[in-house]
Every structure is written in C-alpha cells, then in structure tokens.
Design a protein around this ligand. Structure first.
Ligand code: ASP
Length: 318
C-alpha cells in the first residue's frame, strides 16, 4: 500500500501577505509527516508529526500563535484518532501545553478515558512527561492586535470578526464575504503502508471566544474522525455549525456507503452551507488511498503527498 498524507492549515480568506507563510508551513509539515510514512511509520505517528509541525508554526491558529480568548489567553483543543484500532484521545481548553496534539496522543495511548479538559488534561499530560509552559509563551503580537481590533469592533457595535456562534442569523456573513473570519485550525489524515488510517485536528478555536468555549475540532465525529471501515476526516471552519451537523462522521458515512472521497468532501461542504449557512474546509481519506478535499471559503491551505509526490496550495481546484 503506497502511503498517503493530506494536511490543512485552515480555510478562510487568507490575506495576500499571509499566503506564503501558509504555503511554507504546509510544505514543512507535509515533508515531516510523509518522512514518517516513508520510513515505515504508522499513520498515527505521521498525523501527530505533521500537526506538531503546524502547531509550532505561528502562522496557524493552533499551538503557538493561536487566537486569543476574550480575556487574552490561548486556550486550545485537539483530537487524534486511530482508525485501525478505533482509539481516540482528545483534550480541550488547555492553556499550558506547547503541543496539544501530543497530549491527545498520550490520552489515546495511556488512558482508559478518551477525553480530558482544562487543568485535568494538563495534569494528565504532565504526569506523562509533558512540560507545563507559561500561557504567554504561546501568544504572538499579531494575535494581541487581532484581539484588540475584534474588541474595538464589538464596542463600536460592528459585527464580530469572529463567528462566536451565538450571533443572530442576520449578523452571519455569507461564505464569500471579503472579511471572512480567520479559520486557521490545522489537521492531517494519513494512510500507512499497512493500510491503517488516522486523523488529527488541533486548534486555538475562534478569535475573541468566551473562555471555556469548545469548537468542533476536538470533538469526535465533528472536526476529526477516523475508522478503517469508512474514512479519516479533518475539518476546519466555523465550528458551531460543523459540530451541530457532526460533519466529520457524516462525510465518513458517505464514503462507507460508496461515495468517492472527493464526492463526499464536496457533499459535506455543500450540506454545511445549505443546512446552516456554514463555511469551512475538509480532508477525506479512504483506506484504499483515494482522497478528497473541498472548501467553500476563498482559500484553504492544503497539502497532499501520495504516489504522485507532494502538492500544496491555498485553493483546492474543483
Ligand atoms: N473550527 C475551529 C473552531 O471553531 C476554527 C477553525 O477551524 O479555525 O474552533
């Protein structure tokens, strides 16, 4: 089986000046994650490696460089799933871990539980060897400025520049809005030489979010899912509609029912837009190596490596 790795670095209207850093970050993560597969490593190790690289890159809304909560802190969520063993590990609302995806992996491997939040998640990760860092180490100046701007807009009564999910429908901008909110969540799906699939998604959530808010990214079947009987899936976008539709599992079910992954990817994003006026992007990978990518945002940072070699972009054709 020829290994396959797909990654994303968020789906939104990426401004011109940020396109190159997004491409560079995707390329680096793709190279690192695919090297794991080429050496005979597992799909699970590959997605963890790719997402760790994206978390460490301040261009993305995950790990270092995440969006700030309305009280100016970084609060992150992550999930990793092994589709061959049907194991999952998730963490939410963690503030003191450099790489939440590694904490999620520890949950998957070392706990009889599946999901930890807040201080319990941090304590679990620490007990298993992860250092606890200062939250300020995850904050970059760009995000301080973005938060200031979002809060100024809020005070001026302008529509929030983050989709907090509780605005009345008339305040929700269409998916093609030039001022589309930043959705820089990162994710990866992989197939290894032994036919195992895995998925991982990691996020700092949405800009100016209320402390304690959890989005779709780390919820099983919402922003991330993997089952060797169906597909591996990772999503990005406005989390509240995605989680209400349990969209990751929706897409995997389509593949299990016989859809090609590209059709399932497009159908999921069309359903998200039609049903809840949502926006975002998705990666879908079947255990036979077929894959699909779709988004209804102006851009989506994506990368693929398979038998045809590596390709990256900031818009997926089709
Ligand atoms: N889906 C994420 C969330 O709502 C945001 C993103 O994709 O960037 O938390």
């Amino acid at each position: 089986m020829k290994p396959v790795l797909l990654i994303h670095g968020g789906a939104w209207a990426i401004p011109g000046g940020e396109l190159d850093p997004h491409r560079a970050g995707v390329k680096k993560a793709l190279t690192a994650g695919y090297a794991v597969l080429e050496k005979g490593g597992s799909a699970l190790d590959s997605v963890e490696c790719a997402v760790t690289s994206l978390e460490d890159d301040p261009a993305f809304d995950a790990g270092t460089g995440s969006f700030l909560t309305r009280d100016g802190r970084v609060q992150m969520d992550a999930l990793i799933m092994d589709g061959a063993r049907m194991l999952a590990g998730g963490v939410a609302c963690v503030e003191r871990l450099k790489n939440p995806i590694q904490a999620a992996r520890l949950v998957l491997e070392k706990s009889r539980h599946v999901y930890f939040v807040g201080q319990g998640a941090e304590a679990f990760a620490h007990e298993h060897g992860m250092p606890l860092i200062d939250n300020a180490d995850l904050i970059v100046d760009r995000e301080r400025a973005r938060l200031r701007e979002a809060q100024e807009r809020e005070r001026a009564g302008l529509p929030d520049s983050s989709f907090s999910g509780d605005e009345p429908p008339q305040m929700r901008r269409p998916a093609t809005s030039a001022r589309m909110d930043s959705h820089d969540t990162v994710g990866a799906v992989a197939l290894d030489a032994e036919g195992r699939i895995a998925a991982a998604t990691s996020t700092g959530g949405t800009l100016n979010k209320a402390p304690g808010r959890v989005g779709d990214s780390s919820l099983i079947g919402c922003g991330c899912y993997a089952d060797n009987l169906s597909a591996a899936v990772s999503l990005t976008g406005w989390g509240e509609p995605i989680m209400k539709l349990v969209l990751g599992k929706w897409a995997a079910d389509r593949v299990q029912a016989g859809s090609a992954p590209q059709d399932a990817a497009q159908a999921s994003i069309a359903y998200l837009a039609r049903r809840l006026n949502g926006h975002g992007g998705i990666l879908v990978l079947a255990p036979d190596g077929r894959w699909g990518i779709a988004h209804n945002t102006p851009h989506m940072a994506w990368g693929v490596c398979d038998a045809q070699g590596p390709r990256i972009g900031t818009e997926f054709p089709g």
